[in-house]
Design a protein around this ligand. Structure first.
Ligand code: GLN
Ligand code: MG
Ligand code: MG
Length: 468
């Protein structure tokens, strides 16, 4: 356990000038408040600092706006991107009136979910391994002069090592735009950028093991290895931050939007999960795929509540443009050890310790704290109520005749459907006060705004079909 005096000593030793207090809003965006490091004392680090929570969408109203940002001293990082030495501190939100965690703070929801798991006796640890995919495009601001300033590209000083030099000069040979999954450079033109993303994360102390191009043109994935639930959600916030920052330095923009390009693969955030107890894996056993009965029930719970979960795991209107057949994204709520078209895949050949289930429907627009906590709560509900997921679907689900598919449930087709499903099915989230009804209502209210905005805005395809 790191104490406040340890952290203050580190600030002094490493000549840290700024302490950036970071927290996550309900939509999953990282927010921050920057403190002059030398003004901080032990009491502030231990008890937290007041801030105005009314400016965060979905949080407090203006007349009761004060909240406490309480640093989690176990989760402290040096920011490799700031010009002057800066320390990042993950914070929880605490209610000043009660001294308790603020129920609408996603990070404390995730902490309550971990505590709830322990209280059930089912296990003491939940491991989560995410695969967040993203697209990277040239930053138009670099095409027309930086940030629309009117300067020509030649007039501005590009960040060093920006990657631009690879794209200038005589391009007698141009790699095809869609280079595929694994061809080496120069077809894969982003090797160095991804490498820099991964080495930055490693430098910050994150567990990473690889990076690769993904199936769609300009689509990528970095390998962040598993950790406990809150740890992995924190890591995912750093992952996104590093991806956006490094892309920016190279004159690119990155997006985790699930389906930026029609007719090509979208970006998912496959989520691997397993529960351990007393240092032993509880998902390994002698049932289907080498799984334990509890693991099957866990899958059963996730399938049962999947439509409600979609509101957290696939939280944008764009998310449902990815969840269509033919692009390696799941549609059917089935499980299988053999094929990747099922929503729940049991990774083949994983030994006892690596026995886990991969949920393939989530995407990286999800607030990781809420998405992982909600998945855990659905799985635990499955175990508590012995919800068997039925027979495994070991066929290619995309090729099955319609008659065989008629009874197989599907993920939601729209954010509207997901919000309605969550409004109808959320008791499983309220156990142990992990989520609260007030929190779910406030979350839905934010998300309904997005649904209504998109539903009432004419879109380009409509002009194409109906204008003349
Ligand atoms: N991009 C695919 C998805 O949307 C997954 C592709 C893969 O990782 N094999 O889920
Ligand atoms: Mg992938
Ligand atoms: Mg996967």
């Amino acid at each position: 356990m790191a104490s406040a005096s340890d952290v203050l000593k580190r600030i002094k030793d490493e000549e840290i000038e700024w302490v950036d207090l970071r927290f996550t809003d309900p939509k999953g965006k990282w927010q921050h408040l920057t403190m002059v490091a030398k003004t901080l004392d032990e009491d502030q680090l231990e008890d937290g600092l007041m801030f105005d929570g009314s400016s965060i969408a979905g949080w407090k109203v203006i007349n009761e706006s004060d909240m406490i940002l309480k640093p989690d001293l176990e989760r402290v990082y040096v920011d490799p991107f700031s010009a002057e030495p800066m320390m990042i501190m993950f914070c929880d939100i605490v209610e000043p009136s009660t001294g308790e965690w603020y129920a609408r703070d996603p990070r404390t929801t995730a902490k309550r979910a971990e505590a709830y798991l322990k209280s059930t006796g089912i296990g003491d640890t939940i491991y989560v391994g995410p695969e967040a995919e993203f697209f990277m495009f040239d930053d138009v601001r670099f095409e027309d002069g930086y940030a629309g300033s009117g300067f020509a590209l030649d007039d501005i000083e590009l960040p060093t090592n920006s990657g631009r030099e690879y794209e200038s000069g005589n391009l007698a040979h141009r790699p095809r735009a869609k280079g595929g999954y694994f061809p080496v450079a120069p077809v894969d033109s982003a090797v160095d950028i991804r490498g820099e993303m991964v080495s930055t994360m490693i430098e910050m102390g994150l567990p990473c093991d690889k990076h690769h191009h993904e199936v769609a043109a300009a689509q990528h994935e970095l390998g962040l290895t598993f950790g406990t639930l809150v740890e992995t959600a924190d890591n995912m916030q750093i992952y996104k931050y590093v991806v956006h920052q490094v892309a920016h330095i190279y004159g690119k923009t990155a997006t985790f939007m699930p389906k930026p390009i029609k007719d090509d693969n979208g970006s998912g955030m496959h989520t691997h999960m397993s529960i351990w107890d007393g240092g032993k894996p509880t998902f390994s056993g002698n049932q289907y795929g080498g799984l334990s009965e509890n693991c099957l029930y866990y899958i059963g719970g996730v399938i049962k509540h999947a439509k409600a979960l979609n509101a957290f795991t696939n939280p944008t209107t764009n998310s449902y443009k990815r969840l269509v057949p033919g692009f390696e994204a799941p549609v059917l709520l089935a499980y299988s050890a053999r094929n990747r078209s099922a929503s729940c895949r049991i990774p083949y050949g994983a030994g006892d310790k690596a026995k886990r289930v991969e949920f393939r429907f989530p995407d990286a627009m999800a607030n990781p704290y809420l998405a992982y906590a909600a998945l855990l709560m659905a799985g635990l509900d499955g175990i508590q109520n012995k919800i068997h997921p039925g027979e495994a679907m070991d066929k290619n689900l995309y090729d099955l005749p319609p008659a065989e598919l008629a009874d197989v449930p599907t993920v939601c087709g729209s954010l509207r459907e997901a919000l309605e499903a969550l409004e109808a099915d959320h008791e499983f989230l309220l156990k142990g006060e992990v989520f609260t009804k007030d929190q779910i209502d406030a979350y839905c209210e934010l998300k309904w705004d997005e649904v209504l905005r998109v539903e009432t805005t004419p879109c380009p395809a409509e002009f194409d079909m109906y204008y003349s």
